[in-house]
Design a protein. Sequence first.
Length: 317
Amino acid sequence: MSDTLPASQTPDWIAVDWIAVDWGTTHLRAWAMRGDEPVARAASDAGMSSLDRDGFEPALLALVTRWLGTGRVTPVIACGMVGSRQGWVEAPYMAVPCGPLNADHMVRGTTLDPRIALWVVPGLKQDAPADVMRGEETQIAGLLAGDPRFSGLACLPGTHTKWVTVRGGEVQSFSTFMTGELYGLIAGHSVLRHGLGGQDAWDHAAFAEAVAEALHQPAGLAGDLFRLRAEGLLHGMGAAVARARLSGLLIGNELAALGERRVGPVRLIGASSLNRLYAAALAIAGCEAAEAGGDDLTLAGLTLARHTLMEAPRRRA
């Protein structure tokens, strides 16, 4: 993806071919597109959780009106929670194994403004063990657009980390771990919050040691967590060490749960800070990983969705 201009540096009006949208639970991001290239971007805090169904179109228009011309319809291709049951329009899940994108399953949303036509990318579901994703499938599509022969695991670290088995151009299976959310809940609302302090310093050695411990004995997680509190009270464990150990124990436990699936090449698709942590943990587990840019892959996947839609003219009627 080429560099894009910050919203504050874009002109009042920009001629665009289409608009790419990544709409999550807490944030909305949009790119003004000419062909396959972004020429501007914009973002807001108008995530799905802050909107009712009638609020989605006004939230989008508040962000992209300056990209809309008169007398023409601009396609909007969107992924993420915008297609959830609580979203703008529900885009039913596709069942794995399947390709991450399929024009026949993209859903047309109702719009009041005649300047836009909305299409929503569906998420994926797995019936047993039960699991779902929305938004990550678009990043997987972006990964495959750049590396069609990729076969292995894609890890998408975040609040709810996804581990996705990709083979033959399809998502075969996936698992979700609430590791990021657990870290936030423990750090902010449990007894351990008293020893975790601020968020600046970090102890890499403590993180690595905790990952190794969790890989070796994952069943001891609950006891290992309370020992963080006891170590602080009895031996003065500092906040930097405590935070690193908490993260290492949770991520290590996640890797241990993957078991035999933790083989082959791994692509990390997320924020650089989280990618680095997961890469370090995977190295301790004896698995190599390569980083792939999350934003770049989201946009690549949305671009592929647009091409897929254009190649199915009956869907655009």
